[in-house]
Unconditional design. Structure first.
Lengths: 529, 213
């Protein structure tokens, strides 16, 4: 894939804003509300931007932001002196570096440049995730992103993971309700995109949605019963085409809305889109694409052959089922480093540590292994029951066990796909999704999550969204010669789905991957990566 | 340390070749086959269970300990058949329920029950009510142990129990259920005889149910 874009030119009259801790850079016109660019990055304004709560607090690290009466009402003089502000009450008067108190920007959009054939009009690409939804409005002539909207999937109230959504969908009226929720929500996001870009819907030519098999079914209203039990083979997993009129969206009624086809089992069009984004189907080298979620998806292949599989990693990477686990938001330990044999934690939002997010959990266990506090078996060395990382945060024995289960699911999945492919090792491994973007590659190797040197591992960001954008430029779902970019039909036919749990070696490989390696590889040398 | 004590340690440490050797040595020393169970194998697996509960042992340690225990029981089982003083604990037909492929938890329960002296007939995964009924009848089972790891498949435990009832076998067997989404209340609601929250609980439960009233 192409490298990340370099520093962007800042237009005259625009200011540059760097958001910590992710380092995401946005720009905004002089005098405009700070709220606009932050909202686009997934920051929420609990009181609706009225200055009546402290939810959107930021700390200004560099630059100047004025204080008004509303901010004096919510923040102490001490806080104001330390640069704390309410983002909803600020306007952009110069370049800024800020850190968010409520940092929930783990929702990843995508700004990777890509090749395309210009065509008239606008297009909308949507990544329908189980947890989060990201939608982008594109100018199909220039390929530029005109607006971004993110949201938590409104089906979340009926279960956090795909199995609980399936269970709800199987209850009376459940499927209809989940379908209604997601269709209405994506329609609202499309409306917000048009509003943000100050453009009418008439110019929109095309909408492409991607998501896992369960999201595909729930959006399309397909019975999920076959996904509730072995062999987990969907009845209908192909391309689903709607028009904006039947979905009751604020677009001309004839605009086609396509939910791209699934690859098999639980592996959906988000991964198909990831294959478009990483160009696996054209690659000479053997490469891997790994999406580290509750359901881990793994694809291994090149231009000759592509194998995919899903593996139940459980929710440890998202901080769930971990005693002090939490999402990657303010107060989460996101990194653990060793300095002269002492533990140093980095906490999101620069406040007192409240818990541990997925990347922090991986780091903590890697540090524990290097210090000899955690044995290769995963057991605490001195029979202690927990290891204190920060005054209010400790890692327990069962937390280490949860991580062992999660990392073994991914590592054994990749191992089995490798065996089926013929034993060759991938030259590059792309990590998709938010956790894959933030996890430290050396520590991921130290704990045996990804058993490859960090320089072979590339965080690939939101490849589902990038692939959905590429599909907007495909030839409207019809493959033709020379239409390789964005052409998902031919690619999909080449992908073979492998059922890991049906593999007789699965248990042996899984159990073997549960432990940690004794040595730290060249961990010390690689730590800088 | 006596041979039985050494055998117990070898099983806990998961040393399969040593466990076999020590079993042979014990037999050569004149220890009766039946004495190995209360003297070494059962206390070893009880200790493994205790360590598993306290998070000291994890899946790999439990599996290699169980494999070592199996090395010993494979040698001893043919010798027990001719011993009139041995009261068999009973036959357990076990499996993961229809629609579900999760294997490891069920295997651990099966191996722990085997080490505790039960005869195990493992039907594997995705076990249909028909296969279960056939096996219970064929093996003259005393227990049925069923596992489910998905909320969407545990409902099939109910169908399995109903199938046993319509085959006229429900009164002949005790049905034990377990697995991550399964609870005591749910086990009662489907008419199971017992619920084990982990492998240790499953073994305790089976022992209680086999004990003379």
């Amino acid at each position: 894939m192409d490298p990340m874009p370099g520093a962007k030119l800042v237009e005259k009259g625009m200011h540059r804003i760097i958001l910590k801790p992710t380092g995401v850079e946005v720009s905004a016109p002089s005098g405009s509300p700070l709220r606009d660019p932050l909202f686009e990055q997934g920051v929420e304004f609990p009181c609706g931007g009225q200055g009546r709560c402290r939810g959107c607090r930021i700390q200004v690290l560099e630059g100047q932001v004025q204080v008004n009466a509303a901010q004096r009402g919510q923040l102490s003089p001490d806080e104001l002196a330390h640069g704390w502000r309410l983002a909803c009450q600020c306007s952009v008067e110069g370049d800024l570096v800020i850190e968010l108190r409520q940092w929930d920007a783990a929702i990843l959009a995508d700004e990777t440049p890509f090749d395309f054939e210009p065509r008239p009009g606008l297009g909308v690409a949507v990544d329908v995730g189980t947890t989060t939804i990201v939608a982008q409005l594109l100018d199909l002539q220039t390929g530029s992103v005109l607006a971004v909207r993110t949201a938590l999937n409104s089906q979340g109230r009926h279960g956090a993971d795909v199995m609980s959504r399936i269970e709800y969908a199987l209850s009376p009226g459940g499927l209809d309700e989940l379908q209604h929720l997601i269709r209405r929500q994506v329609g609202a996001l499309v409306r917000q995109l048009l509003l943000a870009a100050r453009t009418p819907g008439q110019a929109v030519r095309n909408v492409v949605l991607v998501g896992n098999t369960v999201m595909h079914h729930l959006f399309s209203g397909i019975d999920v019963e076959p996904l509730s039990h072995f062999p987990f083979v969907p009845n209908r997993a192909g391309l689903e085409v709607f028009n904006a009129g039947e979905l009751e969206w604020d677009l001309p009624s004839g605009v086609p809305v396509r939910f791209l086809p699934c690859l098999g089992g639980f592996v959906g069009s988000d991964i198909l889109a990831g294959l478009l984004a990483t160009r696996m189907g054209e690659s000479e080298d053997l490469i891997a694409l790994i999406d580290l979620g509750t359901n881990g998806e793994i694809v291994l292949g090149n231009r000759e052959r592509i194998l995919c599989a899903s593996t139940a990693a459980g929710p440890a990477f998202e901080g769930a089922r971990v005693s002090m686990g939490m999402r990657a938001s303010a107060g989460a330990i996101s990194q653990v480093e060793l300095e002269d044999g002492r533990v140093k934690c980095h906490v999101l939002g620069n406040i007192e540590a409240k818990g541990l997010c997925g990347s922090g959990l991986v780091d903590a266990v890697a540090a524990g292994l290097d210090l000899g506090i955690i044995l290769p078996s995963g057991r605490f060395a001195d029979a202690r029951s927990e290891w204190t990382l920060a005054p209010a945060v400790a890692l327990t024995q069962s937390d280490v066990r949860e991580l062992q289960l999660a990392k073994a699911a991914i590592a054994s999945g990749l191992q089995l796909l490798r065996e089926q492919w013929g034993g060759a090792d991938p030259v590059r491994l792309y990590l998709a999704g938010a956790f894959g973007n933030y996890v430290n590659r050396s520590r991921a190797r130290r704990i045996g999550l990804i058993n490859y040197p960090p320089d072979q591992i590339q965080p690939a960001g939101n490849t589902a969204l990038l692939g959905a954008k590429l599909a907007l430029f495909g030839s409207d779902g019809v493959d033709g010669p020379g239409k390789e970019v964005g052409s998902y039909h031919a690619l999909r036919r080449r992908v073979e789905h492998v059922s890991l749990s049906a593999d007789p070696h699965f248990q042996d490989v899984f159990v073997q991957e549960l432990g940690f390696s004794e040595s730290a590889h060249n961990y010390q040398e690689e730590v800088a990566l | 340390m006596s041979t039985l004590e050494e055998l117990k340690e070898a099983i806990i440490d998961g040393k399969a070749p040593a466990a076999k050797q020590l079993t042979e040595r014990g037999l050569a020393e004149g220890i009766r086959a039946a004495e190995f169970f209360p003297g070494a194998i059962i206390p070893a697996m009880d200790e493994v269970g205790r360590r598993m509960r306290e998070c000291e042992f994890f899946i790999p340690e439990v599996l290699i300990a169980a494999r070592a225990a199996r090395g010993a029981t494979d040698i001893l089982r043919p010798l027990l058949a001719g011993d009139p003083s041995v009261r068999p604990m009973g036959t357990v037909v076990c499996g993961t329920i229809k629609g579900d492929l999760h294997d490891i938890g069920k295997n651990i329960v099966a191996m722990m029950l085997e080490s505790a002296g039960f005869r195990i007939v493992d039907l594997g995964v995705d076990v249909s009510p028909e296969r279960l009924v056939d096996a219970v009848r064929r093996e003259q089972a005393d227990f049925v142990a069923l596992s489910a790891l998905l909320t969407t498949t545990m409902v099939n435990m109910k169908s399995a129990i109903e199938a046993l009832a319509s085959a006229g076998l429900r009164e002949k067997v005790r049905v034990l259920v377990g697995g991550a989404p399964v609870t005591q209340a749910w086990a009662q609601s489907i008419g199971a005889d017992g619920y084990g929250k982990d492998a240790v609980a499953a073994v305790e439960l089976a022992r209680q149910l086999v004990a003379p009233a």
